[in-house]
Write a protein that binds this ligand. Structure first.
Ligand code: GLC
Length: 447
């Protein structure tokens, strides 16, 4: 069981794909509820849904070329429209354009050697039995109580479980399931929805029975295999009840998950690289999102962001894939990751001349840049050395100094690979990634 989860933290970098009927409106995937659109009005869009440029092979290839190792597609978002062939409703892409996007996606991921993930919304603003709550598009109507009287969450639960069963039965091995989301607390006088609304325990049991090796996130409102911080970077490895847990930060390129045509608030490629290495340095994964346009195509900005990440990953993936927290503090302006006896120093700002690494003297056998393999000279500066006009002062005993070229190498974030000696390894806390995977699994099985 543990082994089947270990892949997740080794792979570190995945692609999230938000694509659905909402891509038509191009105003964020929550558009149905932010604009208070009734299901009858909203579903009219389905008749025009014919994404002629959705090319799963292109998406999977782009992910692979960006250095990603897994990908996750939205199968049904909160709007309720299924992107797959479901027997349980005719509100689906097969009915409107004769395509099963999940089938296309799963096949393309496998062809590129990517692990396959599916996102499925617990919420459904289209289903007639889903009760109107704080997030529902009809929440402001005067007759909410009356409308809710005719709705039966037990019937919706059966539908939800049924669609999840289809997804986990009809498409072969699914490696990762991303449920979204649970909100038990009331808001603005309207109820939320908790694990009992989904029968989370029953749903999770069914998922594990259908796909015994699957990794499941924590958004059922009961513990899963990992935690999923969204749109922020945790400042340390994530913990629950004092113990480290597997985690994956999901991040957008511009703050929206679904195609949001007029939102140009894009993160720069350099920032994305820094976010990725920051994540790995805290034992996390990064799931980075793209929102294909209404025709299904990867947008130009999304494509160039993936390409820039790929350019960096092609030379530097050694510091990311299979790597994790280094177990030693990093000097200011740098981030450390480690993979077995290799320590990776990421220089977030290019310093002039030197980087000093406290307590590392005698612990490094060789140092080189990762992008071109060229040696980085190491020295120890005599602690007694007096600072003079052109001579820097001494460094504390045990400090290892790396001597850098003046110009930053032409990569977004330069990385220096340090080969640790046996002494170097002895001083560093053991890599706990696999233990964490095991712990997470045990916790989930107990619940
Ligand atoms: C949130 C949003 C949703 C998005 C998801 C991604 O829960 O409701 O729109 O799909 O996060 O993690």
């Amino acid at each position: 069981m543990t082994d089947s989860h270990a892949w997740f933290s080794r792979m570190r970098f995945g692609l999230f794909v938000h694509f659905g009927l909402y891509s038509t409106l191009a105003r964020h995937e929550w558009v149905m509820t932010t604009e208070r659109t009734s299901p009858e009005e909203y579903e009219k869009n389905a008749a025009y849904f014919d994404p002629d440029r959705f090319d799963a092979a292109d998406i999977a290839r782009s992910a692979r070329q960006a250095g990603m190792r897994y990908a996750v597609l939205t199968t049904k978002h909160h709007e309720g429209f299924a992107m797959f062939d479901t027997a349980l409703s005719d509100y689906n892409s097969m009915a409107t354009c004769g395509r099963d996007f999940v089938a296309e996606f799963v096949q393309a991921c496998r062809a590129e050697g990517l692990r396959v993930g599916l996102y499925h919304s617990l919420i459904d603003w289209h289903h007639p039995d889903f009760t109107i709550d704080q997030h529902h598009p009809l929440r402001d109507r005067a007759d909410v109580a009356q409308l809710n009287a005719g709705r039966d969450m037990a019937r919706y639960r059966a539908y939800l479980h049924g669609q999840v069963r289809e997804l986990l039965t009809n498409y072969g091995q699914i490696d990762y399931l991303f449920f979204d989301f649970t909100y038990p607390d009331p808001m603005d006088g309207k109820p939320g929805k908790g694990p009992q609304d989904w029968d989370s325990a029953g749903l999770l049991a069914m998922v594990r029975e259908l796909q015994p090796g699957i990794v499941v996130n924590d958004r059922l409102g009961i513990p899963g295999d990992l935690v999923t911080p969204e749109q922020y970077q945790p400042d340390a490895p994530m913990q629950r009840d004092g113990a480290e847990v597997l985690w994956e930060a999901c991040q957008t390129l511009n703050g929206s998950w679904g195609y949001d045509r007029d939102n140009l608030d894009f993160k720069s490629p350099d920032l994305l690289v820094r976010m990725l290495v920051d994540t790995v340095s805290k034992n996390g994964n990064m799931l980075l999102n793209i929102g294909p346009d209404r025709r299904g195509a990867i947008t130009p900005v999304d494509r160039s962001s993936l390409a820039a990440l790929g350019e960096w990953m092609q030379l530097h993936e050694g510091s990311v894939i299979g790597a994790g927290a280094a177990g030693i503090p990093a000097p200011s302006g740098t981030v450390f990751t480690r993979r077995a006896d290799r320590l990776y120093l990421h220089l977030l700002h290019w310093p002039f001349g030197h980087v000093h690494l406290p307590d590392m003297a005698g612990k490094v056998g060789f140092a080189r840049f990762l992008h071109d393999g060229s040696q980085v000279r190491c020295s120890e500066i005599d602690p007694e050395q007096q600072a003079m006009n052109t001579i820097p002062g001494g460094q504390p005993p045990g400090t290892l100094t790396l001597n850098l070229p003046t110009a930053q190498p032409p990569v977004a974030v330069p990385v220096i690979e340090l080969f640790l000696t046996t002494d170097g390894m002895a001083g560093i806390a053991e890599d706990r990634t696999e233990d964490i995977a095991a712990d997470g699994m045990e916790r989930a099985t107990e619940d």
